[in-house]
Write a protein that binds this ligand. Structure first.
Ligand SMILES: [Zn+2]
Length: 303
């Protein structure tokens, strides 16, 4: 009996160790969000001083984690024209920051993506974009850190893309000049606004567009610290706004790449100067990113 109990407690200890290890560094996750959403980075408008500093911050992290890249100094430069209110403005030298971890078993690629830009300064007001999308950027860095020491089966391409707010230009540039045949991409994970929810809900969008992903997400919709819900990708089905084209995953979806977009419902501070670090919900954010990590580990194993 003693031996059985001893054995069981060993197994339980081992299992809890295993579960515990499937977590991101929560302190660093929050510190990253805080820095990215700080006044120092001025709301990360493409080509602003704050944007250049954001790029440097992300590159330094990729270097520290010893990620490789298909691009020199992790940087894919691109130009774009933004047309707002009938006025066209050219931007030259916007930049996506790309890090890569080769898979242990598969040539297929999982893209893990978030946009790091936000609105910046408008009429002397600074839009810091803590939830939108310092949160997704910090999440990508945390996931990159996890997989840099826990090698994935699929290759993972970590993409922090620029100029989403001006029309998804970074993700469009990435798919236009993708460093591999697009057929090699098994899945695109996009995170845009993942750090607050008054009703503790995180959406996983894309399973109605790509039903083969449904059984991979389903196990994580129950008994989790955050309520993960599928939907927002078929209005006829759930009556909810369709988010299929609402963020950077759209560029991959247009190429036929299956996607899961993780995000929260719009909130009172969305695209306001009050989208600040003080207004995110640290506990929800950490729980959400750990849940995304768990689903990603599972999808990497089962895809
Ligand atoms: Zn956003």
């Amino acid at each position: 009996m003693y031996r059985i109990i001893g054995y069981l407690s060993f197994v339980l200890f081992f299992m809890s160790g295993e579960v515990h290890s499937q977590q991101v560094d929560s302190e660093r996750l929050l510190a990253d969000l805080k820095y990215l959403a700080s006044e120092t980075l001025e709301g990360r408008k493409p080509l602003s001083q704050g944007s250049l500093m954001s790029r440097e911050f992300i590159r330094d992290r990729f270097k520290e984690l010893q990620l490789t890249s298909q691009y020199e100094d992790y940087t894919q430069f691109f130009d774009f024209v933004s047309s707002r209110g009938g006025v066209q403005t050219s931007y030259e030298g916007a930049a996506n920051i790309i890090g890569f971890i080769p898979g242990a078993l598969s040539e297929k690629i999982i893209v893990v993506m978030a946009h790091y830009d936000h609105l910046g300064k408008i009429n002397d007001q600074v839009f810091l974009g803590a939830d939108d999308n310092a949160s997704g950027t910090a999440a990508v860095l945390a996931l990159a850190e996890y997989f840099s020491t826990n090698r994935p089966q699929h290759s993972m391409l970590f993409a922090l893309v620029d100029a989403e707010e001006m029309g998804h230009h970074g993700s469009k540039a990435l798919v236009q000049d993708f460093p591999f045949p697009m057929e090699q991409v098994a899945l695109c994970i996009n995170m845009d606004m993942v750090s607050r929810s008054d009703d503790n809900v995180l959406w996983a969008v894309g399973t109605n567009r790509y039903p083969q992903l449904k059984p991979l997400i389903e196990p994580f919709t129950k008994d989790q610290p955050v309520q993960l819900k599928m939907g927002h990708d078929n209005k006829e089905l759930d009556g909810l706004q369709d988010w299929t084209f609402s963020s950077d995953h759209a560029a991959f979806h247009r190429k036929g790449v299956p996607f899961i977009y993780f995000g929260v419902d719009d909130h009172e501070d969305y695209h306001k100067v009050t989208d600040t670090f003080e207004n995110i919900q640290p506990e929800f954010f950490v729980n959400a990113v750990n849940l995304i990590l768990k689903t990603l580990i599972s999808m990497d194993e089962k895809l």
